[in-house]
Design a protein around this ligand. Structure first.
Ligand SMILES: [Zn+2]
Length: 437
């Protein structure tokens, strides 16, 4: 045929039955403001008109062609075929690409999708499509036969149509940059799955008491320690979330307090059902959960990409510690100066502490000690040290030497045993990632 659009349509329909949508999709990029169903409908009508004209003008084979493709064209060809050759119209099979299911699949995906968006309090979403069966292969085959070159994929059509119809329901919108959930439409199987993105909040925590772990630590007899994570559990109640994870910039020992600056963290609430709880309300609930020994400050919502930043950053950022140190036989004259001269600015060579060897690989790490300021307490039996060091330096071992596994150490410099009997983190360096847009 002279028209390339009609020629492509004729080629495709000569081989395959196609519904209006699946035919129209071959020409999706031609014409503006129309649905593929409208395109397919229009092309079918003009094609039938053209074959009708050719048959009326007695062109050879035109009537036979019309009769033979009529089952693949469908209902719209019936009238002309029956008028030219009564009794010869036959019903065709279902659409070769979608099996005739597409129209209903889109409608029911919209129903189910809307229900899910509401159930999970989602306002910003994207639609994804999982194609099953032979749909993708059948689509490629029809495209190849038609050779049209102006089409789009069935995935793109389902994504767009479902998104557009959901938008029409109101109160929800498509957001590719920062969606709250993905609706995954199964085709042709049917069914919609919702993948709800976690709620992420940037903030800080303080541990005002000792023997508090960062992560929940269950044992058959109940939690081993009260934890920062447990203190946050009231957030699950407020948000209807399933699980909660604390992504902190590093962690202190269970028996160390976290004071001063607090430790930067991102709290992740998985599978929430309520997303629009004010930050102050969450903070209040968390602080109540902290029982006066764990405190929180929530700063803002965070993005997924920031979680990784916290982890990378944690390894090396500066920390300031306050350590209470006991020295065998008490402190002598000049001990404090000796420690400072030997250790300030030094690179500490530290093998994995023996106390954590059962769960960490035995490696040698080098960490710089930036400053050391010790003052004797209680007639020189104890001293209080303020230590600023590169993140990842184990302070208890810096003091004790861990039987030579950490060098140099307080014990090595003083030539006597030394023990860290109390440890607090008082400052954690933190470059706040950019505020979310
Ligand atoms: Zn179809």
């Amino acid at each position: 045929m002279d028209s390339r659009v009609l020629d492509s349509a004729l080629k495709a329909l000569s081989r395959y039955p196609l519904c209006d949508r699946c035919l129209g999709r071959l020409f999706a990029r031609l014409g503006r403001g129309w649905s593929n169903r409208e395109r397919g409908e229009a092309v079918k009508r003009v094609l039938v008109m053209e074959l009708h004209r050719m048959a009326l003008e007695g062109e050879e084979g035109a009537l036979e062609k019309l009769v033979s493709i009529a089952p693949n064209v469908g209902e719209v060809a019936r009238g002309v075929v029956e008028s030219l050759s009564p009794g010869s119209y036959r019903e065709g099979g279902p659409c070769a690409v979608c099996g005739g299911l597409l129209e209903n699949a889109i409608a029911s995906a919209v129903e189910e999708g809307y229900r899910l968006l509401k159930a999970y309090d989602v306002e910003r979403f994207v639609v994804g499509v999982r194609l099953g069966g032979d749909v993708a292969r059948a689509e490629e085959e029809v495209k190849r036969v038609a050779g049209a070159g102006y089409g789009e994929s069935i995935k793109a059509e389902i994504r767009r149509e479902v998104g557009k119809l959901l938008l029409g329901r109101g109160g929800v919108k498509v957001d590719f940059d920062n969606p709250e959930a993905t609706l995954l439409v199964e085709f042709p199987g049917g069914g919609v799955e919702i993948q709800v993105n976690s709620l992420l909040y940037r903030g800080r925590y303080w541990k005002l008491g000792r023997n508090i772990s960062q992560a929940y630590w269950p044992t058959p007899e109940g939690p081993r320690y009260f934890s920062v994570e447990q203190a946050l559990w009231p957030m699950l109640k407020l948000t209807g979330g399933e699980r909660l994870v604390v992504h902190a910039a590093g962690r202190e020992d269970v028996d160390a307090r976290m004071l001063g600056s607090g430790r930067p963290m991102i709290v992740e609430v998985k599978s929430p059902r309520r997303r629009r709880i004010p930050l102050e309300k969450l903070e209040e609930a968390a602080n109540k959960g902290g029982r006066g020994v764990v405190r929180f400050r929530f700063e803002s919502a965070a993005r997924r990409a920031e979680v990784a930043l916290y982890k990378e950053e944690a390894a090396r950022v500066r920390k300031v510690y306050r350590a209470l140190v006991a020295v065998e036989g008490g402190l002598g004259v000049g001990d404090v100066d000796r420690l400072r001269r030997a250790l300030e600015g030094a690179v500490i060579m530290q093998r994995t502490p023996s106390r954590v060897l059962h769960r960490r690989p035995d490696i040698l790490r080098r960490r710089r000690l930036y400053s050391l300021d010790c003052s004797p307490l209680e007639e020189g039996v104890l001293m209080e040290c303020v230590i600023e060091a590169e993140g990842g330096l184990y302070i208890k071992e810096l003091v004790s030497g861990d039987r030579g596994r950490t060098r140099p150490s307080f014990a090595e410099v003083l030539g006597r045993e030394a023990l860290c009997i109390e440890l607090d983190v008082v400052w954690v360096e933190h470059e706040a990632p950019g505020a979310p847009g």
